[in-house]
Ligand binder design. Sequence first.
Ligand SMILES: Cc1cc2nc3c(=O)[nH]c(=O)nc-3n(C[C@H](O)[C@H](O)[C@H](O)COP(=O)(O)O)c2cc1C
Ligand code: SF4
Length: 432
Amino acid sequence: MEKILLRNIDNDRSHTLEAYMAAGGYRALETAVKRHTPDEIVGMVKDSELRGRGGAGFPTGLKWSFMPKEGDGPSYLICNADESEPGTFKDRLIIERDPHLLIEGTLIAAYAIRAATAFIYIRGEFVRGHKILAVALEEARAKNFIGRRLFGTEAGIDIILHRGAGSYICGEETALMDSLEGKRGYPRLKPPFPAQQGLYGCPTTVNNVETLANVPFIVERGAEWYRSIGRPKNTGPKLYCLSGHVRRPGVYELPMGVPLRELIFDHGGGLSESGRNLRAVIPGGSSVPVLTAEEIDVCMDFDSLAKAGTMLGSAGVIVMDHTVCMVKSLLNLARFYAHESCGQCTPCREGTGWLAKILQRVEEGKGTGNDLDLLLSISDRMQGNTICPLADAAAMPTRSFVTKFRDEFERHLGAGSCPVGRPGPARMSLAE
Ligand SMILES: Cc1cc2nc3c(=O)[nH]c(=O)nc-3n(C[C@H](O)[C@H](O)[C@H](O)COP(=O)(O)O)c2cc1C
Ligand code: SF4
């Protein structure tokens, strides 16, 4: 496939305005504001069938159409650049290597939803990305691509760059808005949805970095061209993050719906060590159900993976060979969610901690006969019973690991130590 989202990144100067414009950059913004009304842009994005790349796969044009066409107060666009999902590193590539693509996509999206101010909320740990983006924003402002009267029209858009402070939950869109408002990042109950009452109580749309990076291409080449890539209802180019026991880890741009086996064995070069067998693959970042080696003949798109009982999520593909202890890897994930729970909801606050504690003793070979069913029952009680989906993100992997690799979990029970032979992580401190 022709490179689209990553077309500029092999150029050493790809982060500069000069290189971006030499490759035709900001033409789509000019076309959008000079030749199209905001509703036409929303229509184009709807027709393209672009679905959000932040995890849930919600149709982007439809989301934009929920924003009010007129109102008393301001509306806002937020670009979610918090990218913290374990196994996910695609947005960082766009931010660092093609920041103007993100800026152009953000400006067109803001124009489409009639927002005069857009925010880019960037993960605090992305120090390099923040610096690059700050310089790119200054370059764009100096050229009057950001500011008043864009290309001599009535359209005016400002972009504010805001750094997070290192919290996974602030990637959840309502926690992100609280954080932007200067509060502790607590997810909000929905409804009201952000399009009704979002940042500072005003209508707001939140979109992922990769989602917004698609927009200039849709405006420039049209919805029909965009729909010709990928599969029905799962359209366009997609960035897949490949990591773990794979020979060539990295970010791969391929059509939405590429077969998972092809991604790992053709593009990724197969397993990193010869003589080892594939054990499991997490297809969409740490929050989604795991697939066994027998389940990888599946297309990497929203609907195919949902049919296979998992999710595309953030497309963070984590490959595990047969040397991996499945208990230890689940313990690792459980500790992450226990640490990142914001603590507002009892099933999440207590449940994530209990999962981690039980998995710790199972990994150490000190689990009891009831522990596996206890893990499943806690997961059942967590899922769907909380303000935001972080509890689901801890429960879904737990259920799939314990169910699909039950033999290995059972071998740990009462074994006295991890039978896979590798020591588990240091004992978890609850104060951690
Ligand atoms: C715990 C949690 C963390 C999330 N982290 C991110 C993130 O880092 N980046 C992101 O784009 N979306 C993240 N999301 C999803 C956002 O809430 C939101 O759905 C997304 O930014 C919408 O953009 P999209 O429609 O373009 O996909 C997270 C959701 C949850 C529940
Ligand atoms: S589910 Fe967890 S992270 Fe989400 S609001 Fe409740 S306690 Fe916080």
